[in-house]
Ligand binder design. Structure first.
Ligand code: NI
Length: 263
């Protein structure tokens, strides 16, 4: 069975067939799924999906591109959600300087990233971090937070990892896992393949980021969790092991990190 650690089934691309698709995933080998909030509205939808489906868990949080959503009232609301049993992480949170070039807004991103990291610590939950074109500042904020080990084994995951192999090893030292998805199947994904080769299997998590980032042979199409078999196959090829070993190890990794998803 595969543990899918990063999906956005709240996305409108799933509106026509969401129910049928989600109900069929366990038969396709997808045992557990974390649906990840990115704004207040999508966090609400995430919580509703987790309530409706036994195999879906929730991450609550606000993405750097959606921080206009955040004020003290909404932050308090987020905090209140962390006590719900199916909430397994704070995410996705972080920095995105690829889409945001304004230094004032980037400073606001750092503010809410720090606040949501602190929220995770208070709630004893791991974090799901989005970081794009913001390597140095992300590393700084993560380092400031330290290896704070919630009850789970690890502080969080660097989702859709896009930096160097060297930096991935640094994150692992700080108590983080590395999220690997469809990009690893792309021909030009040299850096990510090097990262997968360099890091231990015990620190890799499988994730789609669906509906985005579909692996080959579906690149450019709508992604879904069942396509993670292609990602597992590619990791297996790089690590020279079987896809079954990749699925088993990454399942165990996810249960260790997202300990509330164990039951
Ligand atoms: Ni995402």
């Amino acid at each position: 069975m595969i543990f899918e650690t990063h999906a956005h089934y709240d996305d409108e691309q799933f509106t026509p067939d969401r129910g049928a698709l989600l109900a069929a995933l366990p038969e396709k080998g997808i045992g557990k799924i974390i649906n990840v909030g990115a704004s207040v509205a999508t966090t609400r939808m995430t919580l509703a999906l987790a309530e409706q489906y036994r195999h879906i868990y929730a991450a609550v949080g606000v993405h750097p591109g959606e921080i206009r959503d955040l004020d003290e009232d909404n932050f308090l609301w987020l905090k209140q959600q962390t006590t719900q049993g199916k909430v397994v992480a704070i995410g996705e949170i972080g920095l995105d300087y690829y889409w945001e070039k304004d230094p004032v807004v980037q400073e606001t991103q750092r503010h809410w990233f720090r606040r949501q990291m602190a929220l995770a610590k208070d709630a004893d939950l791991p974090v799901i971090i989005h970081s794009r074109d913001a390597a140095a500042d992300t590393m700084q904020i993560v380092s400031e937070a330290g290896n704070w080990s919630p009850s789970s084994d690890g502080c969080g995951v660097i989702h859709c990892y896009s930096y160097s192999a060297e930096q991935a090893l640094q994150y692992i030292k700080l108590g983080y896992y590395i999220g690997v998805g469809g990009v690893v199947t792309f021909k030009n994904a040299k850096k990510l393949k090097e990262t997968v080769q360099a890091i231990p299997l015990s620190r890799i998590l499988l994730e789609t980021d669906c509906p985005y980032m579909a692996p080959e042979p579906y690149r450019g199409k709508r992604n879904e969790s069942s396509y993670l078999t292609y990602v597992a196959e590619k990791i297996a090829e790089i690590k020279e092991i079987s896809p079954a070993e990749v699925e088993k190890a990454t399942w165990e990794n996810a249960i260790r990190l997202f300990s509330r998803a164990a039951s």
